[in-house]
Design a protein around this ligand. Structure first.
Ligand code: 5GP
Ligand code: ZN
Length: 116
């Protein structure tokens, strides 16, 4: 989508600190990290959210999860991490391009205290 901020990052129109990329997905550091490791992993193809994803998206959704450990380890969170996919209004999703937050790097304290 032309005016989607994460599609613009995929196209290189907005700079991002890329930590992993392949033909299907892109991972980059969150601009406002809440933990020492805070990476966003997105499908390169525009999918608005899990609310709009379908079975056609199975492979790319699986790829995001399958690569999560490798990405977390490469960024210094080898002892575990959380994967958070905020979805829609109730999920308080702010950027309407599906993204998984990979957060870790320290034991959970402060705003990322485990809440579910
Ligand atoms: P959400 O609340 O939608 O799950 O999370 C959106 C995330 O995107 C936030 O953590 C925010 O800091 C991050 N973000 C928003 N705009 C940009 C940007 O232009 N670049 C990067 N790297 N992260 C962004
Ligand atoms: Zn997009």
């Amino acid at each position: 989508m032309s005016d989607c901020i994460f599609c613009r990052i995929v196209r290189g129109e907005i700079p991002a600190s890329t930590v992993y990329e392949d033909e299907e997905i892109l991972a980059f550091n969150d601009i406002n990290p809440l933990r020492p490791v805070h990476v966003l992993v997105i499908p390169k193809k525009h999918i608005t959210s899990l609310s709009t994803a379908g079975v056609d998206d199975t492979l790319v959704l699986g790829r995001i999860l399958a690569k999560a450990n490798e990405i977390a380890c490469s960024q210094g969170s080898a002892d575990g991490f959380r994967v958070i996919i905020n979805t829609g209004r109730v999920g308080q999703q702010e950027v309407p391009h599906l993204h998984a937050h990979i957060v870790g790097g320290t034991d959970p304290v402060g705003p990322m205290l485990k809440r579910i």
